[in-house]
Write a protein that binds this ligand. Structure first.
Ligand code: AGP
Length: 600
């Protein structure tokens, strides 16, 4: 997901924009740039790679101006390079863009026929050309932008400035988020509040197809028909220190360690939702959960919770599949969309599809006022605090805790479970934070073991029942952080193929807490051992037989079937984190990945 920072105000735009882009680094990018209007001329500096490369180029640059835009680019059209980096400039227009212009090829051909000199391979530059051509007719930036929007197809957000108007900034949002930060003397346009939270707490969230026109200190909003709309600012109570690493080497490790407190908060908040909460679902006969990536594995866990505790049929689908298979959603269905960022394009589209088919849409997000949060009928929050590391950790475990409590409350409300079982599970959930604390002491174990793990050519994560989604999530962490081959599988599937993978180069990671599946999982493990697999196993307490066949064994605190998954994933997060760090990878910003995938 690209990062956008636009600034108009009395401060030095260079510092404001660079600070803002740094706050967006965690989302992943591969080039960056700024353009500042300096005495009527745009001074533009761009650099490939990390922001530090841009900073080096800017260190001696002096800017006299009050208007500027900056961008961190995550390459879609055109390789990561300086000439493909934003801002793109044509004549007196400077523009940054997030998203994809789907009809860029036809626009490119038209512009080339008109003799346009293209300097990049990007779709973004084409938009700058269109605005530059249009403004020759309109002599007005707002009218020019409004006019070219009619030509563009796709999900995109843009911020445009013109060298003839040093006190004006225009932005359009359709898909990737754009938020207006309102300071007393200054205005920001950012793709994430974190880029401006140091300067203001008042923000206005643009909806799809809306335009914001900033003229000096006046901020006006319009729909795509040109009708002015009134939009109230939202007060965002985040503080800058929540962004700080608090002494940890990486945001990801800080967020792993924040889990006890975050999980406790998620559990408390969900138990405390007013008692009439369940009645909203009285007509619900089926639940469908849609999500992507780690949030999808949380959704898989949701199926076990809703079907075992509330006895409600529950389907789970990868959002990018759900949105294209014309799903059978009826009026009384509940669609749950899980998304930490609340901006994942596929999850947003799947949620909108469910809603358009008449379903009740419940969103589970970590970012309040995100697009998904604002578009759902019912909102729930992971409440995990800002998650900066691209690899999701605390948002995942908070999602599991929240889904567990939600299913528990629905089960009691619908008389599928009785009070004693409810109380037993409530106690198990309340014991989680201290149990997670205990597991975090494994940290040094994984630090020491990471050298040994480097020898493996691949990892096979296995689990049965509620341990199966955890096997999937553990494998994803290993893939996205250590860049190593890792697969997650239901353990019962081993003999149907994966067993052929097993030899001395493969680590078989079996999650087998003491539950109804323990014995079967143990026999699966013995099959892998017999074929030379290196065994890493996680189970409850002291298990001599299991320890004997394992190369590495980690004991988990005694817990309830519904809370075992939350405990099991912590060691897998630490294992992937330490292995990736020992391999010298950028743990907070793994290669090729973004924190929020706002394009398909
Ligand atoms: C997980 O570690 C990854 N960052 C990725 O799979 C992520 O979970 C996925 O892109 C969904 O993001 P969301 O929860 O913000 O929708």
């Amino acid at each position: 997901m690209c990062g956008i920072v636009g600034y108009l105000g009395p401060q030095n735009p260079k510092d404001i924009i660079l600070q803002g882009l740094k706050k967006l680094e965690y989302r992943g990018y591969d080039s960056a740039g700024v353009a500042i209007l300096d005495h009527g001329i745009f001074k533009r500096v761009r650099a490939e790679g990390k922001l530090v490369n841009l900073e080096k180029k800017l260190v001696d640059e002096k800017f006299e101006g009050h208007l500027g835009i900056g961008h961190t680019r995550w390459a879609t059209h055109g390789v990561p390079s300086e000439r493909n980096a934003h801002p793109h400039q044509v004549d007196g227009i400077s523009l940054v863009h997030n998203g994809i212009i789907e009809n860029y090829l036809e626009i490119r051909e038209d512009l080339l026929k008109m003799g346009a000199l293209l300097t990049s391979e990007t779709d973004s530059e084409l938009v700058a050309h269109l605005v530059a051509l249009e403004i020759k007719k309109t002599k007005d930036l707002f009218l020019a932008v409004k006019s070219i929007l009619l030509r563009l197809r796709g999900a995109f957000s843009i911020v445009v400035i013109w060298d003839q108007k040093p006190k004006e900034m225009i932005a359009f949002k359709d898909g990737p988020p754009l938020i207006v930060g309102l300071g007393p003397e200054e205005t920001f346009i950012v793709s994430d509040v974190q880029a401006a939270i140091a300067h203001t707490s008042e923000f206005v969230y643009l909806e799809d197809r809306e335009v914001v026109w900033i003229q000096n200190k006046e901020v006006r909003f319009f729909d795509d028909q040109g009708n002015e709309v009134k939009k109230a600012p939202v007060h965002v109570a985040w503080s800058e220190d929540q962004m700080d690493k608090m002494g940890f080497p990486h945001y990801m490790l800080k967020e792993i360690y924040e889990q006890p407190r975050a999980i406790a908060h998620a559990i408390k908040e969900t138990f405390q939702i007013p008692a009439d909460f369940e009645s909203q679902f009285d007509q619900v006969q089926k639940i469908t959960i849609v999500a992507c990536g780690t949030s999808y594995y949380a959704a898989l866990m949701g199926k076990y919770y809703f079907e075992k505790l509330a006895r409600i049929p529950c389907e789970v689908d990868v959002a990018s599949e759900f949105r294209y298979r014309n799903p059978l959603i009826k009026k009384n269905d509940l669609v749950i969309a899980i998304s930490q960022s609340g901006e994942t394009a596929d999850t947003l589209s799947a949620a909108r599809l469910g809603k358009s088919k008449g379903a009740l849409l419940l969103s589970i997000c970590n970012v309040k006022n995100s697009s998904l949060d604002r578009e759902s009928h019912i909102q729930m929050y992971m409440n995990s605090g800002i998650e900066v590391g691209v690899a999701s950790t605390k948002a995942f475990t908070c999602s599991l805790a929240l889904l567990n409590v939600l299913a528990l409350r629905l089960g009691l409300y619908r008389n599928q479970i009785q009070k004693p079982e409810f109380k037993e599970q409530e106690e198990a959930l309340k014991a989680l934070p201290s149990q997670v604390e205990a597991i975090l002491s494994y940290d040094k174990y994984f630090l020491e073991a990471s050298d040994a793990f480097k020898e493996f050519k691949g990892f096979l994560y296995m689990g049965r029942g509620v341990s199966y989604p955890i096997a999937m999530e553990g494998a994803l962490k290993m893939k996205e952080l250590a860049y190593l081959h890792a697969e997650g599988y239901p353990a019962g599937e081993m003999k149907h193929g994966p067993l052929a993978l097993v030899d001395a180069n493969i680590a078989v990671v079996m999650i087998l807490p003491l539950d109804e599946h323990f014995e079967k999982s143990l026999s699966n493990l013995e099959e892998a051992k017999a074929r030379g697999g290196k065994i890493i196993s996680l189970s409850t307490g002291h298990q001599p037989k299991l320890k004997k066949i394992s190369d590495r064994y980690l004991s988990l605190p005694k817990a309830h079937w519904s809370t075992n998954p939350i405990l099991s994933v912590i060691p897998l997060q630490l294992m992937a984190y330490h292995l990736a760090d020992s391999l010298g990878h950028d743990v907070d910003q793994p290669r090729n990945l973004a924190k929020s995938v706002t394009v398909e």
